[in-house]
Design a protein around this ligand. Structure first.
Ligand code: NAD
Length: 501
């Protein structure tokens, strides 16, 4: 595979969008948006990829009604049949994995080396939840002396899924697969910056035999289509992945219809490196967890906390490696970092370079634009930061690492817990007792000790504090998409109080 061959293949895949645009899919039918169209452009060179149907409240209303109409039959379908359809969707994703990865790279700027795997992880998500579908409703028997309590789970109803632009395909499958496995129907509103692969997913689902109305796709803007979805009375729950402040807006928007919400939000995740750590492996992990996926990754370790006894040497090695990261065309297999998604995001990320300098931190690497076309930026590292600086508190969501040093474990913990967020934490030490003590006190939903982020689907994924509400993965996903029901059967003639007798 070369850049040239990738570009030729991509060109073939995009031909149909050039003439027809990217349409919504409502009740199994292609559909133009009531709001006209908007454009999606490549972050590589700002060229037009396609015009996209701009959905409005009217489109959301049609999609929500289709999801409501399709719900009873889908919810009643035997779990084994849902399982079979979900496996066929996984087959479809695998068959078109290359197309998905090419489109994702071109639409988002993410590098091929990561996106080719992300497409396959989307298939894995479907297979994992397909296998859980037959048992999703299983409950418990909780007997007492007088009653047999029997619990069962029921799918909650039609749900809304709202996704961001950073790794849109993988994240969409992560939400949509458990919803479908549980027996819910879905209206999906993908991010306006990266609509391409959501359309591919909807097509694959329908080709795999998912009945019309079970998955509906409505493109559009957050404040318009997104908002209408969160306010729609037929939509029973919203699974949202995005910024913390958007989550807060969605909670308000959904209040009148008492929406159940599941939020996967932002992070400012610490990676803590103690002097006794395996420093070679820690260095690899620190670099991978902030500069892979262009740093546009909720679980990125964007704050490095390094013990002051080793800080100087560790920084020197870090700077050397960061300066060697190859920034280039996302479809070039050699590229390690592609362009940022959009001018708006490029402006946000680069504004933090000025903020870091003004705050008095040291710009040790990067911070500059690459080329004059597209949204390429050098991987950036600030050292000598202090905990209250904005670059140590706010989510930049780019290839931007802020390094702080600490003297002892107590100080490291205080710094690690000093932000509004609590998604992940990474800890490097050979001292087992310290690892246990530190991870117990660290405010984060997910912690990796002597490891980068390696996801295992049965484990709970999610954050604390401003990083989210609820958990994904395994049975935790079903807890969100389903209602618990308890029925108590009297086992005999237990005593009933006789008022007025
Ligand atoms: P965003 O919040 O701007 O947008 C996400 C989605 O919400 C988009 O589809 C957008 O159209 C929609 N939206 C915006 N306003 C809305 C509104 N008022 N009502 C309904 N929908 C609305 O986020 P983004 O910039 O696309 O993504 C980056 C953010 O996502 C980062 O903060 C990142 O940390 C977070 N993220 C979190 C996780 C996680 O698992 N915790 C994973 C990936 C990304």
């Amino acid at each position: 595979m070369t850049l040239q061959s990738h570009l030729e293949q991509l060109d073939r895949h995009l031909t149909r969008y050039r003439s027809g645009g990217i349409l919504n899919l409502i009740d199994g039918e292609d559909s133009a948006g009531a709001g006209g169209v908007f454009e999606t452009r490549s972050p590589v060179d700002e060229s037009l990829i396609a015009k996209v149907a701009r959905g409005t409240a009217a489109d959301i209303d049609r999609a929500a009604k289709a999801a409501k109409a399709a719900f009873p039959a889908w919810a009643a379908l035997d779990g084994a049949k849902r399982k079979a359809i979900l496996h066929r969707i996984a087959d479809g994703i695998e068959a078109r994995a290359e197309e998905i990865a090419l489109c994702e790279c071109w639409d988002t700027g993410q590098a091929w080396r990561f996106m080719s795997k992300a497409a396959l992880r989307g298939a894995e998500n479907f297979r994992y939840f397909a296998d859980l579908a037959p048992g999703a409703r299983d409950g418990k028997s909780l007997p007492t002396k007088d009653h047999l309590n029997v619990t069962a789970r029921k799918p909650i109803g039609p749900v809304g899924v709202i996704t961001p632009w950073n790794t849109p395909f993988m994240l969409s499958t992560w939400k949509i697969a458990p919803a479908l496995a549980a027996g819910c129907t879905v209206v999906h509103k993908p991010a306006e910056f990266s609509p391409l692969t959501a359309r591919l997913l909807a097509e694959i689902c329908h080709e795999a035999g998912l009945p019309p109305g079970v998955l509906n796709l409505v493109n559009g803007f957050g404040e318009d289509a997104g908002r209408a979805l969160t306010e729609h009375p037929d939509i029973k729950a919203i699974a949202f992945v995005g910024e913390s402040r958007t989550g807060s807006m969605i909670m308000k928007q959904g209040a009148d219809t008492l929406k159940r919400v599941h939020f996967e939000l932002g992070g400012k995740n610490p990676v803590v490196v103690f002097e006794d750590a395996d420093l070679d492996r820690a260095l690899d992990a620190v670099i991978f967890m902030i500069y892979s996926l262009n740093g546009e990754r909720c679980t990125s370790s964007s704050r490095l906390l390094v013990q002051e006894t080793i800080a100087k040497d560790f920084h020197a090695r870090l700077v050397e490696r960061v300066n060697r990261i190859s920034v280039g065309h996302p479809l070039d297999p050699a590229t390690e970092m592609g362009p940022l998604i959009h001018k708006t995001h490029f402006d946000k990320v680069t504004s933090y370079v000025d903020i870091g300098k003004a705050d008095g931190a040291t710009l040790a690497a990067g911070g500059t634009r690459v080329g004059d076309k597209g949204w390429f930026v050098r991987p950036t590292l600030f050292t000598c930061a202090t905990p209250q600086m904005r670059i140590a508190q706010e989510e930049v969501f780019g290839p931007f690492l802020t390094s702080l040093s600490f003297s002892d474990e107590a100080e490291a913990l205080a710094i690690a817990n000093s932000t509004a967020y609590g998604l992940t934490g990474y800890l490097w030490t050979q001292d087992l007792t310290r690892a246990l003590r530190f991870s117990d006190a660290l405010e984060a939903g997910m912690i990796w000790v002597n490891s980068e982020n390696v996801r295992h689907l049965p484990t709970p994924f999610g954050g604390v504090k401003a990083s989210g509400i609820g958990r994904d993965g395994g049975d935790w996903s079903f807890e969100f998409y389903m209602e618990q029901k308890n029925t108590a059967f009297a086992l005999g003639n237990h005593k009933i109080q006789r008022l007025g007798a």
